[in-house]
Design a protein around this ligand. Structure first.
Ligand SMILES: NC(=O)C1=CN([C@@H]2O[C@H](COP(=O)(O)OP(=O)(O)OC[C@H]3O[C@@H](n4cnc5c(N)ncnc54)[C@H](OP(=O)(O)O)[C@@H]3O)[C@@H](O)[C@H]2O)C=CC1
Ligand SMILES: CC(=O)N[C@@H](CCC(=O)OP(=O)(O)O)C(=O)O
Length: 348
């Protein structure tokens, strides 16, 4: 049994971590922080957790967090990088759900995130926490950079195709839609029901900070640059990401049929407990993964016209954040990777 802390327990990913961790058999929660709710019983703030924890939120005090074996940061970008060094020096392992340690190029990070990196010396050591790409490195890590939600859906959707070299890696399109919980719990006019309800829009079309993250992932996997156009959209729903991915077949008249493409995905993910490959004609729905740590994918080549279309869905708060963080914890501590993550979808 290890003791675990969560910094940022009142945010959407922090509360999702709580939902998963109160039932995890190998951990005991020691500290869950919120500056605004310090002193409030967690089960009073989240009545869904009544009977499952006696803990109260506390202020983020370094001394208390240093008593943990592992601390999750479910905080805005730029928070974990201020505290990670001290915690690591105290023997605490860290998983950051934010972006502080995701990009290996510090200059690039500073440009996209608009701040000076406070712990550049830790960036090299940090392990990018996408188990399907990096499992072995995660197992020995002290510091894990949990992937972004869009990068999880897009990277898992594209990996088998690009690794097999059957599509043009210079021109891949990711048309991706997210529910509003992806933007976090903080108040914002653009996220009011009357602003984003019954409407649908693309945003950050000229560039989004998840683009370099996806490109670093694909380069890590392939050893070469991938030309990617990534456009995120805001959907008037709470949870879920759907990525529709387009890539051009290198040899349109090649014999590789749709069933072979599906077989390619099945083979790549056959040992992955959290990637489910569906038959090619399936419409993959976000509600089929709502509340679960699954990524569901289907691959098809409409009318054999030379363009491969991949659908990839995740729950942004689970496989896109808290669930993946728990998966990483399980790997780091040598437990069965699925521990605490046998979750059924909340559909409808
Ligand atoms: N929402 C999503 O789908 C995903 C989010 N992420 C990333 O995970 C991180 C958390 O996201 P999310 O849960 O949505 O965010 P929220 O805005 O919903 O929550 C932020 C939490 O952090 C706490 N907090 C804020 N500032 C500080 C600080 N300076 N020091 C300590 N605690 C702080 C807040 O509580 P209080 O202010 O009371 O201390 C709150 O509990 C972000 O970096 C986000 O980019 C990653 C993947 C998906
Ligand atoms: C719908 C929505 O607004 N989504 C967020 C995704 C943010 C996120 O989780 O990304 P980081 O962890 O890299 O900050 C956005 O586009 O900013």
């Amino acid at each position: 049994m290890i003791s675990v802390g969560i910094v940022g327990g009142t945010g959407y990913t922090g509360s999702e971590l709580l939902r998963l961790l109160v039932r995890h058999p190998c951990i005991a929660l020691r500290a869950v922080t919120s500056r605004a709710e310090a002193g409030t019983a967690i089960a009073e703030h989240y009545t869904a957790l009544r009977g499952l924890t006696d803990l109260s939120f506390s202020a983020p005090e370094a001394a208390r967090l240093a008593e943990c074996d592992l601390v999750f940061f479910a905080t805005p970008n730029g928070t974990a990088m201020q505290e990670a060094s001290q915690l690591l020096d105290s023997g605490v392992r860290v998983i950051d759900l934010a972006a502080d340690f995701r990009l290996k190029d510090v200059e690039l990070w500073q440009r996209w995130y608009g701040q000076t990196h406070a712990a550049p010396a830790l960036v090299d050591e940090a392990v990018y926490g996408l188990p399907e790409l990096n499992r072995r490195a995660i197992a020995g890590a002290r510091l894990v950079a949990n992937p972004g939600c869009y990068p999880t859906a897009v990277t898992l959707g594209l990996l088998p195709l690009l690794e097999a070299g059957v599509v043009d890696a210079n021109r891949v399109i990711a048309d991706v839609k997210s529910g509003v919980s992806g933007a976090g719990r903080k108040a914002s006019t653009a996220l009011l029901m009357a602003e984003c309800g019954e409407s649908f829009k693309a945003y950050s079309v000229s560039g989004h900070r998840h683009q370099p993250e996806i490109q670093e992932n694909l380069k890590r996997a392939l050893g070469m640059d991938v030309g990617l156009t990534f456009v995120p959209h805001l959907l008037p729903m709470v949870r879920g990401i759907e990525a529709t991915l387009y890539a051009t077949r290198l040899q349109p008249d090649h014999e590789l049929a749709e069933t072979d493409l599906t077989a390619l995905y099945q083979k790549r993910y056959q040992d992955e407990p959290f990637v489910d490959v569906l038959p090619s004609a399936t419409s993959v729905e976000t509600r089929s993964v709502r509340g679960t740590n699954l990524c569901r994918v289907a691959v098809t080549e409409p009318q054999g016209a030379g363009v491969v279309v991949v659908q990839s869905v995740i729950d942004n708060l689970v496989k896109g954040a808290a669930g993946q963080a728990v998966q990483n914890m399980n790997i780091m501590f040598g437990w069965e990777e699925t521990t605490g993550l046998a979750l059924s979808a909340l559909a409808p």
